[in-house]
Design a protein around this ligand. Structure first.
Ligand code: MOS
Length: 742
């Protein structure tokens, strides 16, 4: 039954991608297509007093300029602009009124015959503003930050607020034999997917729209657009077959899709709006986070107390936050803990989810602090983690459904050669370079969401599997084909996968690492219904060997329905269908996750890192990474490894390169481009070894946890810890640039 599941299958869409046959949102064409160019504000806060589009309108080829003054009617209701992933508050409404809430806010859309004309004309729009004082510095006016409240009773209904205090943390800290306290900072980071955000809206003549959009959730975008434009879902289809990376930036419908639909409806013409790289810096970001972590240890090197205080940022109009401090309550055994989380409301766009939202930031602090505590205790940092190993989720007082973290530590350390480490900083050297070894733990969620899957199996052996989910580059097409092939007993190349279309069966957004578990178990459910239907038909065959067989006693194997007991009987699926006079069997089923809130569901990892630091210049190279991952059953050893390697590269970027810089005088992001927003390049990346630790997981039938996000968590801390081991310098402020090693 598992011929394909687990195998290192190459991407089924790989050929289409490398040959350019795979089409992205900005590549769909339509007769008479017009192009949008976005104009953006140059102040961070205030009002538009006058917006002069005369010069833009005079450019040959300009069709129309939309601003808040001449736009078509839009609902004056915050609810209409909310989507499935909106945080609390009032969502940004593009072109709604004269208010400016952040720098580079879109204020006009020029529609023209070519994109060059549209962009040029957008640059000619003249705006008079009434500026108001803005605040983009999270450390200014700290007293105004909003404290988030811990849940009063059950913490399950408020997972994004800080966990409840447990034990007596203040007394425990005071009594601890060894203490460490530190402040850690992670700056704003941006997703920077390769593909630019774009939407091509095809005006279908009768007013219906087909919207090709870069998104992680076609149905989420469809529902949003239907509310904003008061359209019926049957008249507005959202399609997104391929996505060139998104990492969370495509969870919310972004403003270009709203503007493209607005223009297409007003002009009764197909319109494409593609953003520039600079314009993408207002689509959301990983919020900056300042954390104070205090740890107290008992004499035996176990944790006596944790205090974790976080300050993160949000916009003035929405409160975005995640469970930043909860990770430190979850990772280690500790009877006494307290948490605080404050939000600074700034004149910036609302932050959004970015790969493993809150976990890499939170664990940069906790895992750096654990390393510092190990130094103070004069014990090995891995040994400290083993002494503090927790078999329970102490935030919610429940067991983990599975947790093979001990095995991650063991296998990772062995593959890395950790036992040869010298704890003394600056003790390992080679050819003018200081060598440092560091490690950290990672943790993420293992979630499953309600989903629906349709399968049509033909008498010719061809199977089509359909679901409105996305493949944001994670390999969803491939794992769907693998699971379906095994469940239907079909060869892989006779399965075709349809996704990224709002007209397909219901799917949540692709996020939170939950799609693999959701869609694979969904396929198993629907394949079960196909099998049951084939059994029903097979019972009608003359002298049917299946006459008394129960559903649980048959399987689909190699194009046949077979009985699993002895003696084994079989019939060709093609014969069963032919006998019943049908040429296909089709089923659509919804799958709900099991109610399993009595247990915590998480993935875990252990990361071991070697850095080499040039003694003269301070240049840091991450020369070796071993990432040992426990994430339940791995559906595809190749694409899963690719997810983890890519995440490790993200962790290297987080540790050494990435930083969004704001000039607070103007409230403007100064490095809104990938020349000045540094990300790792190939030359920065050396050996990355990924180990998948075996882990039996019974929270869903296929035992899947998901691997899209766990790989980035903990990497930055492991690197910072390795830099300390190499140099004796503790950098608590990311990124670790060479000036900080002086
Ligand atoms: Mo992920 S940050 O939920 O795309």
């Amino acid at each position: 039954m598992t011929r394909y599941i687990g195998a290192p299958t190459s991407r089924v869409d790989g050929f289409a991608k490398v040959t350019g046959a795979a089409k992205y949102a900005a590549e769909f064409d339509a007769p008479g297509l017009a192009y949008g160019g976005v104009a953006t504000s140059t102040i961070a806060k205030g009002r538009i007093l006058r917006i002069d589009c005369e010069a833009a309108l005079r450019v040959a080829g300009v069709i129309e300029v939309f601003t808040h003054e001449n736009r078509p009617p839009l609902p004056d209701d915050d609810e209409a602009y909310k989507d499935a992933t909106s945080p609390e508050g009032a969502p940004f409404r593009p072109l709604f009124d004269d208010r400016i809430m952040f720098d580079r806010q879109p204020i006009a859309l020029v529609v023209a015959e070519t994109s060059e004309i549209a962009r040029f004309a957008a640059s000619l729009i003249v705006v008079d503003y009434e500026s108001e004082p803005h605040r983009t510095d999270m450390f200014r006016d700290l007293a105004a930050a909003i404290p988030l409240k811990a849940p009063s009773d059950s913490s399950q209904d408020a997972q994004f607020t800080p966990p409840k205090t447990r034990g007596r943390p203040d007394e425990a800290l005071a009594a601890a034999t060894t203490r460490h306290a530190g402040d850690y900072f992670v700056p704003i980071e941006h997703h920077n997917p390769m593909e630019l955000f774009a939407s091509t809206v095809v005006y279908e003549g009768d007013g219906r729209l087909t919207v090709y959009d870069k998104t992680q959730g076609v149905q989420n975008v469809q529902q949003y657009l239907c509310k904003v434009f008061e359209m019926r879902p049957e008249d507005l289809r959202v399609v997104s077959p391929f996505v060139g990376g998104a990492f969370g930036s495509g969870l919310r419908p972004q403003f270009q899709v709203m503007l493209a639909v607005l223009a297409a409806r007003a002009l009764r013409r197909s319109v494409r709006v593609a953003l520039t790289r600079q314009q993408m810096y207002v689509l959301g970001y990983r919020p900056a986070m300042r954390q104070s972590v205090e740890l107290g240890a008992n004499a035996d090197g176990t944790l006596a107390a944790i205090a974790h205080d976080a300050l993160t940022i949000t916009s003035t109009y929405e409160d975005f936050y995640r469970q930043e401090t909860a990770w430190s309550g979850l990772l280690y055994k500790c009877a006494n803990a307290k948490y605080a989380h404050r939000l600074a409301r700034l004149d910036l766009p609302t932050p959004c989810d970015m790969r493993a939202p809150s976990a890499p930031t939170a664990l940069f602090a906790l895992e750096s602090a654990m390393d510092e505590l190990a130094v103070a205790l004069e014990i090995d940092p891995l040994e400290l983690r083993l002494r503090c190993y927790s078999d329970r989720d102490q935030n919610n007082d429940r067991p983990f459904s599975s947790k093979a973290l001990r095995e991650c530590y063991r296998q990772g350390a062995e593959a890395f050669g950790w036992e040869k480490r010298n704890r003394e900083p600056r003790s390992m050297r080679d050819d003018g370079e200081l060598i440092g070894w560091g490690m950290a733990t990672g943790m993420w969620e293992a979630l499953q969401m309600p989903i629906a899957v349709r399968i049509a199996l033909g008498a010719n052996g061809h199977a089509e599997v359909a679901c409105a989910t996305s493949d944001i580059g994670t390999g969803t097409y491939t794992i769907m084909a693998q699971v379906a092939a095994d469940m239907l007993g079909s060869p892989l190349d006779s399965v075709s996968v349809k996704l990224g279309d709002s007209s397909l069966p219901q799917s949540p957004v692709e996020g939170g690492s939950w799609i693999a578990a959701s869609v694979a178990n969904g396929i198993a459910t629907t394949a079960g219904a196909i099998r049951a239907e084939l059994l029903r038909l097979a019972k009608r065959m003359p002298d049917s060997p299946f006459a008394t067989a129960a559903d649980s006693e048959v399987a689909l194997v190699d194009g046949k329905l077979v009985t699993t007991g002895e003696p084994s009987h079989s019939a060709l699926i093609a014969d069963i269908m032919r006998h019943s006079g049908v040429d296909r069997v089709e089923q659509e089923k919804a799958t709900e996750p099991r109610d399993d809130a009595a247990r915590a569901h998480n993935t875990h990892s252990a990361i071991f890192v070697e850095v080499r630091v040039d003694e003269q210049l301070g240049v840091i190279r991450v020369t070796r990474v071993v990432s040992a991952i426990a994430a339940g059953r791995i559906l595809n050893a190749k694409t899963a490894k690719s997810q983890i390697s890519g995440s490790v590269v993200w962790g290297i970027g987080m540790a050494l390169h990435e930083e969004t810089l704001i000039d607070h005088r103007f409230g403007r992001i100064m490095n809104a481009n990938i020349a000045e927003y540094h990300v790792p390049v190939n030359a920065d990346i050396r050996d990355i070894d990924v180990i998948f630790v075996e882990e039996a997981h019974d929270a869903n039938p296929l035992g899947i946890k998901g691997v899209g996000e766990i790989g980035v968590v903990g990497v930055a801390a492991a690197i910072a810890n390795a830099v300390y081991n190499a140099t004796g310098k503790r950098v608590r402020d990311l990124p670790i640039t060479l000036d900080k090693l002086r």
